[in-house]
Design a binder for this molecule. Sequence first.
Ligand code: S3P
Length: 430
Amino acid sequence: MSKKTVERVSKGLSGTIRVPGDKSISHRSVMFGSIANGTTTVEGFLPGEDCLSTISCFQKLGVSIKQNQDTVTIEGNGWDGLTEPAEILDVGNSGTTTRLMLGILATRPFHSVLIGDESIAKRPMSRVTVPLREMGSQIDGRDHGNLTPLSIRGGHTKGIRFQSKVASAQVKSAILLAGLQSEGETSVTEPEKSRDHTERMLEAFGVEVTYDGLTVSVTGGQQLKGRHIVVPGDISSAAFFLVAGAIIPNSKITLTNVGMNPTRTGIIDVMLEMGATLTIENEKDVNNEPVADLTIETSTLKGIEIGGGIIPRLIDEIPIIALLATQASGETIIKDAEELKVKETNRIDTVVSQLKILGANIEATEDGMIIRGGNALHGGETDSFGDHRIGMTMAIAGCITSEPVTVKQSEAIAVSYPTFFEHLKSLRKE
Ligand code: S3P
């Protein structure tokens, strides 16, 4: 276990960084390339631990995948190219790997076992295993198939009309992926729209997807065709430096090539509403996904209320938004965010407990948190609890606290942003 200490930034942050590839899109590029016919090449892949877990699982399923830094080549042989793995499939810390792979394995006529780390072992999987069983797949595991280790014997499956209780792209994607190899039509209806990278990338791979409001549908029997994928930068990683630039005095940072998919840009809406000096330039489309360059300057911020349909558009950014809110005048209320309880950690608990260590005025609520901003934070010893986004939030907090902040289990940051500390160092003016 490693421990990092971050010291206050005295002269501001300045410069330009290219944020690493989007985690959600990187996972999907490997998965879809693995079930496609022909070669898929990926550029801008995120070589974070989560996405490397996805590569290793598909290699165990018999797919030839070569990865070198942010370049990946996958030799897909279609759905039937996946073969029964001799080994257990280890998903590491990755919920996306677990849930999307369950959707793919649900229709494969062989047996496989999924296992992950301590955090994965606590995360609810029945949100996908229940509908996948209803489609005809055999899945079992601890807690009646809710918790890993999970065993799957896929087979003949039938399409369903699934009404999801949660706005979750992992749930939607798992069911749609199973639907691609099931009899008839499969549709998923969500309470709010979740990120739509699966739909966009399936279309890029030649799959027909239909939309009707909050319902997405596919018909069974569709094949994917290998292609070249360019992965945009991850707005969820950019978020840490957007907040750093806004709250650290004398700062101006440009983040290039940031993915601007509207299902992910809630953080930008929130920062603008709070009064951030944030500009968006060079907007363009790459592979069916919008990207832009963002520039953030030190800002005077005010508290706001965040809830409802925006929550799925910023769910992964709530830890760093909570830090932002500690530096805004007035109160920030985050509500409708119960999903935080089932992320890599219970992020209501971890955000509140760790920011309190630094003197933040923050309290947990049933579905979010309330932050009273405007007070200076002090140093202290914090813990990521193995959650990459908690680790990075605490590291950015250390840039503004009067004394240093220590982050225990800082190695977790490599799950999504292996070059985080290098980027932070390169932006310091001192
Ligand atoms: C993801 C979906 C979200 C998000 C996670 C990545 C994805 O999870 O929090 O980091 O790639 O589909 P849920 O689907 O559980 O909301």
